[in-house]
Each structure stands twice: as C-alpha cells, then as structure tokens.
Design a protein around this ligand. Structure first.
Ligand SMILES: [Zn+2]
Ligand SMILES: [Zn+2]
Length: 137
C-alpha cells in the first residue's frame, strides 16, 4: 500500500512525520503503543515529540485511517488496519491479537440501534495467549 495515497484517501495531508508514523503502523501489525511508535521513529526523526505522535495517531483514528484500541487500560494502542475486527489481549504478556469476523463486517454491523447511529463497534476479548499457556511452570 502506498502510504501517501492512503493518507490522502482519508483527507490527511501527508507530512514527513505523518508518513513515517503511518508506515510504522502498516509495517508493525502488533498494535504498538504511542511509546513504542515514538521510540522507533525518534531514532531517525529526533525532533519528533511524543505529543506529536499521539496527536497524529488520534488524527488517523478520527479520519478512519487507523484505529485506536483501549483494550489495555495501561496504554493506548493503535492499529493500521481500520476495518472492523475484534481484538484479544493476553493478560500475562500484554500481546494483542487480531480476530477477524467470518462474514463481511458490514453485514453483521448494525447501523442503527434504538434511533442511535452506530459508527464504531469494538469487540475486546481478554485471557491468556497460547504462547504464555505453553510456557507455564
Ligand atoms: Zn501472552
Ligand atoms: Zn487489529
């Protein structure tokens, strides 16, 4: 995917910093936190502040170019894949895994409930991942 085109498609003006942050999200499907993204990108853009990283990610989420995950109350995480899918958080190692819906998400997503318009749905699952289960003492 061309990052510049992706940003333009979501009405986001592509700056060097925005392209770097979006590229990182698309390259790292591990649902990184603001701290992780900032640590990686500030290696080659040292002037980049954590606040700018957060504000940029918030803009991506507002424009549907990425999604913000609040599954882990200790840190806000981000996903470069904005299509509706659910997430599983391992309570031991903190890894976040993707669960994809079987049918097209649009078919299962209600557009309206009791007169309220639905624009986002978040499905969060928590437990212990298979890696942690395999390493039990
Ligand atoms: Zn785990
Ligand atoms: Zn995801």
């Amino acid at each position: 995917m061309n990052v510049t085109e992706h940003l333009l498609k979501h009405q986001i003006k592509p700056s060097v910093q925005r392209i770097a942050i979006m590229q990182y999200l698309l390259d790292h499907k591990t649902h990184p936190s603001v701290d992780e993204i900032h640590a990686a990108i500030s290696l080659y853009i040292p002037t980049l502040s954590k606040t700018t990283v957060y504000n940029t990610l918030k803009l991506f989420a507002d424009q549907d170019a990425a999604q913000m995950l609040t599954i882990d109350e200790r840190r806000v995480c981000f996903d470069g894949d904005a299509t509706p899918h659910s997430h599983f958080l391992c309570k031991k190692c903190g890894s976040i895994y993707d669960f994809f819906f079987q049918e097209s998400a649009k078919d299962v997503m209600p557009q309206e409930v009791n007169g309220h318009e639905i624009t986002e749905i978040h499905y969060y699952y928590k437990g212990f991942c298979k890696n942690c289960l395999n390493h039990n003492d």
